[in-house]
Design a protein around this ligand. Structure first.
Ligand SMILES: NC(=O)C1=CN([C@@H]2O[C@H](COP(=O)(O)OP(=O)(O)OC[C@H]3O[C@@H](n4cnc5c(N)ncnc54)[C@H](OP(=O)(O)O)[C@@H]3O)[C@@H](O)[C@H]2O)[C@@H](O)CC1
Ligand SMILES: Nc1ncnc2c1ncn2[C@@H]1O[C@H](COP(=O)(O)OP(=O)(O)O)[C@@H](O)[C@H]1O
Ligand SMILES: [K+]
Length: 516
């Protein structure tokens, strides 16, 4: 499991070390790590000697890191040019850079075009315009430069210093022009803004350099499950198990208008592994379910008459009064319940953490509006962690907010971010399969909660266990989508096949490779 920290908390952790006079030492460690990583990128594409490197250096310490790293690269034989984006610059770092033989271009209106051409043509670009001290998006000449570079495109590898310049290291928000990185080398601790929102999209691969902050760091701001965590969270069937002891999932999904959502959610739940599925719905839907999934036990019955360990309600169920009634009863049953799509508007004022809401940004905006808290969808998309937390706090539920990165917030504040998905998953019905995965994970966990530790991870407090499971579901869904997308555009009804194969790979001990 990865832990991430806001840029502000990393700055706070640095401050006693700075007061102790260790600022230069920290910067040298950062520059060393950055130069090593950059040299590694160059080596992978033909070596360092004679390669062209451009350092984009802003006015602060982020520019200092990049200039010191540029000096080290110059000493290893690169041809390095620093483009200074501000009149101010970290003077000792610039002096070291010049002493190593680096060339310097001061950005001005008259040098903008030639500097942009140089950046675009470089073998490697170190982006040190702004780090954790940035306020708002890039402005002035720096913004104009990046706009021109993006218009031309880049030939070489972009390595961001700490964060892609202009990304808010706390929230991942970014306004204006950004230079997307192939690799971000971040210092001291992983920054939250690299896991989420625009920052996650711009960061590329992320590596953290230890600069010795150690115990000065506070509690993490965000967590992210890694593929190797999955097998600790998945309730594998044991020799003494039978179908009931493994966990029974109740599903009330689909309607005459949207029967397909029920088929997709049920197929994904079966593929994730569950003792049994009891499916409730109108006859037309149950007939379809039984045709496509003969192993599912179907009826037109009620929630109170159905013995299950967990519920999944809502996919495709918007217009059907019977399904709406089942959803209401499931939500108030006290059993863990996945509340998706058409069931979201049926939520009472407050529920427990065992109720897991799965809105996309539009559905979350509607949820806030129903509670008299008007929030724009675009505001949610810009700060998904902030709004998922707000929703979890307001409702008491565990909130899984879907999108390019999926955020899961526990009502107690612990927040997970999973960026395992692919935009190919942005296709109708994909959310139904996520709901099915979550239903199966939660039902099998609920059945096993007393005799194994599925759903708990070292370092994560027990109240967040539903959030951990939901994050595991997002991880599995994302990896299955990636695997499916290797063969072209995703057809959602084919996703269950990939879900099963990804689970197989994730349960290897130890996982041989990260499933793709
Ligand atoms: N502290 C440490 O121990 C260590 C820190 N480290 C490194 O330091 C970095 C933080 O450095 P920092 O605090 O100097 O801030 P940083 O991000 O370089 O620039 C801020 C300056 O930029 C400007 N500016 C602001 N907003 C702007 C905008 N939108 N568009 C354009 N310009 C803007 C503003 O100047 P102004 O323009 O207002 O004069 C402000 O002064 C951190 O990310 C890490 O890389 C490592 O070396 C490890 C040890
Ligand atoms: N751009 C994207 N990149 C990665 N995953 C995405 C993207 N857009 C959507 N997804 C994922 O696809 C699913 C879409 O869910 P949803 O909007 O509820 O679809 P539907 O209601 O049609 O089933 C979610 O799991 C979401 O995280
Ligand atoms: K930067």
């Amino acid at each position: 499991m990865l832990s991430a920290y806001t840029g502000s908390s990393v700055r706070a952790a640095e401050s006693p070390l700075l007061e102790a006079g260790l600022g230069d030492e920290l910067m040298q460690r950062a520059a060393h790590g950055l130069a090593q990583a950059a040299a590694g990128e160059l080596s992978a594409t033909g070596g360092t000697y004679g390669r062209s490197v451009v350092v984009l250096a802003g006015s602060g310490n982020n520019g200092g890191d990049a200039l010191y790293a540029g000096a080290r690269l110059q000493q290893r034989g690169t041809g390095t040019t620093a483009v200074l984006t501000s009149e101010r610059v970290h003077a000792p770092a610039l002096a070291a850079f010049c002493a190593a033989g680096g060339r310097v271009v001061a950005l001005s209106d008259s040098t903008l075009d030639s500097a942009a051409a140089r950046v675009s043509a470089a073998d490697l670009i170190l982006d040190g315009i702004l780090g954790t001290g940035g306020v708002g998006g890039l402005r002035g000449l720096a913004a104009a430069l990046i706009e021109r570079v993006n218009a031309r495109g880049t030939v070489g590898t972009v390595v961001a210093c700490d964060v892609p310049s202009g990304v808010n290291a706390d929230t991942g928000e970014a306004t204006g022009h950004l230079l997307s990185a192939d690799l971000t080398i971040t210092f001291g601790a992983l920054k939250s803004g690299l896991l989420i929102g625009a920052g996650a999209r711009a960061a590329g691969r992320v590596a953290t350099i230890d600069i010795g902050l150690g115990e000065t760091l506070p509690e993490p701001d965000l967590y992210s499950l890694e593929p190797a965590d999955f097998r600790h969270l998945y309730a594998q069937p044991q020799p003494a198990d039978h179908k009931y002891s493994r966990g029974v999932l109740g599903i009330a999904a689909g309607s005459a208008m949207y029967p397909g959502a029920a088929v997709l959610a049920t197929g994904a739940a079966l593929a994730t592994g569950v003792g049994m599925i009891r499916f409730l719905g109108p006859e037309r839907v149950t007939a379809l379910i039984n045709t496509v999934h003969p192993e599912v036990v179907c009826s037109q019955g009620s929630v109170s008459d159905s013995h299950v360990q967990a519920w999944l309600v809502g996919p495709g169920a918007t217009e059907d009064p019977g399904q709406r009634q089942r959803a209401r009863e499931a939500i108030s049953s006290g059993l863990p319940t996945i509340v998706d799509a058409g069931a979201l508007p049926l939520l009472p004022d407050t529920v427990g953490a065992h109720v897991i809401l799965t809105p996309h940004a539009g559905e979350l905006a509607a949820l806030f509006e129903r509670r008299g808290d008007a929030v724009d969808r675009t505001a949610i998309e810009a700060d998904p962690a902030g709004f998922a937390r707000r929703a979890a706090q307001a409702t008491g539920a565990t909130v899984l907010l879907k999108g390019y990165t999926t955020v899961v917030a526990a009502s107690t504040g612990e927040t997970f971010v999973q960026a395992n998905a692919t935009p190919w998953l942005a296709t109708a019905g994909s959310g139904d399969t996520l709901a099915g995965i979550l239903g199966a994970l939660v039902a099998t966990h609920a059945a096993n909660a007393t005799n194994n530790d599925a759903g708990s991870l070292p370092g994560v407090p027990p109240p967040a266990r539903w959030a951990v499971l939901a994050a595991a579901g997002a991880l599995l869904h994302g990896l299955a989508g990636r695997r499916a997308a290797k063969r072209g555009p995703i057809v959602v009804s084919g996703l269950p096949r990939h879900i099963g194969r990804v689970i197989h790979d994730l349960l290897q001990d130890p996982p041989s490779t990260q499933p793709q």
